[in-house]
Design a protein around this ligand. Structure first.
Ligand code: SF4
Length: 133
């Protein structure tokens, strides 16, 4: 996992999962809105990365220096408040408490990913669910 993602997820799991609260749209971020206005920024660094599931809107893209990398810029799914909230709840239920758990518990992460996708099927390029903000 990239060190920036690790640090961010460490903070989210320490604060947001414990407080049962989403970050919401972070308008103080220089990149906001990187996906859509009203997006939830809790999972700015996605715990499922790289999911390699094109149904989310993510896809393999060319890297500047050559080669290919998994790109998430067209994935709106995880930034949808309902999906973000359901993921927070799943982490609480599974007892996933820190960034190391995300690194080590890959099989459970896959299980959570599939379960969330079944309940909240992603639609490419479309914002499906109501934002509470
Ligand atoms: S495409 Fe979406 S769900 Fe998949 S890793 Fe990227 S942000 Fe996460």
């Amino acid at each position: 996992m990239h060190p920036l993602a690790y640090d961010r997820l460490k903070k989210v799991l320490k604060v947001e999962v414990k407080n049962k609260k989403l970050v919401g749209p972070d308008e103080t971020c220089d990149y906001y809105p990187c996906h859509f206005i009203g997006q939830d920024c809790t999972w700015c660094f996605c715990p499922f990365y790289p999911c390699e599931d094109e149904q989310t809107g993510g896809e393999c893209v060319e890297k500047r220096g050559g080669g290919r990398i998994w790109g998430c810029s067209e994935c709106y799914w995880i930034h949808n408040a309902e999906v973000a909230e359901a993921l927070l709840e799943s982490f609480r239920r599974y007892g996933i408490k820190n960034a190391d758990d995300i690194v080590k518990r890959k099989e459970e992460l896959k299980e959570i990913f599939s379960a969330l996708k079944a309940i909240y099927p992603p639609v490419r390029g479309n914002v499906l669910y109501e934002s509470p903000y």
